[in-house]
Design a binder for this molecule. Sequence first.
Ligand code: UDP
Length: 359
Amino acid sequence: MKPLHILTLGAGGFIGSHLTSRLLREGHRVIALDTHADKLADVLDHRQFTFVEHDIFNHDFPLEQMIEEADLVVDLIAHANPGLYVRQPLDVFRLNFNENLRIAELCVKHQRRLIQFSSCEVYGKSLTAVCGDQLKEPHHPAHATFAEDTTDLIMGPVEKHRWIYACAKQLLERVLHAHGLERKLNYTIIRPFNFIGPKIDYLPRDTDGVPRVFSYFMEALQTGEPMKLVNGGDHQRCYTYIDDAVECIYRIVLNPDGVCDRQIFNIGSPANEISIRELAHLMRDLYRDEFAPANPQLPEIISVTGEEFYGEGYEDSDRRIPDITKARTLLGWEPTWVVRDLLRETMAYYMSAYPKSLA
Ligand code: UDP
């Protein structure tokens, strides 16, 4: 395959930075846009790489020309941290829907292929969460195993404004689908299931932002403050190591025989399901055994309510397991990293990236 000229929007984030490194290693030319390049430090000098510092809300910018010149547009622009869905729902909507729609429409206009990052949040809650008492085996994984083209999407009420993120992503997917039907847009939608790895987030104390659970737990381990389980930590996630994820994304970039044209793909590790309570215990054990100084002061694990932790309007996805039959059959992809190893690797990165905070 001849090298592609790829425009990656939102390349400075966790997924974008790992994907950019891979694209450059494979010989492609990458033009990357973001408001910051901290996570792209390793590739800034690469001769096939151009970083453009730009805030997508600023429309006085030649985005259209950049899209026209690209062979492929990869759109990773998003606010994707649950704390933000509650604190700044309008910003989440404006960025995740309005701005991404503008990008999609430019891809339609210039008939460019678009890889759009969506989210497993579009599936919302599991069947067990809404009618568990009527199910024979409410905890059977089948009730929370989500397939791209057949599973119904279940959101909470409007006053639980956490769902604005999931809803914005879902609506964007529906509009891309419609553009595919009516205006021949060639898109591929990716639904990531809890990717994790080096560079996933900052630690909470370093910014005003709201990271994901891994960073909260790392900070607690390093400071000895309690690890907080929101609503008891019963909720379950399937963690997917970033290298596995990027391998699948790269196969989507290559798009052999057009198998990804107008398709949606789950990317996730169904075998890596773990509750947040188990995650807290596993991270604390790994920290004690492999990273802590001698005789560490290990944090206690406590429970807090969702409202205490996130504020009013919070509700959660209870359980989500990816059905990855499509990625397996169309792309020959299989995730390889197990939970303990991916946590160890990610923790090791954070221990070296934030050495000053060693307890
Ligand atoms: N959570 C928690 N303690 C924390 C941060 C998050 O128990 O310190 C919970 C959160 O309520 C959710 C799960 O951990 O049930 C995963 O949250 P995360 O922010 O990592 O993102 P999500 O998987 O919901 O996108």
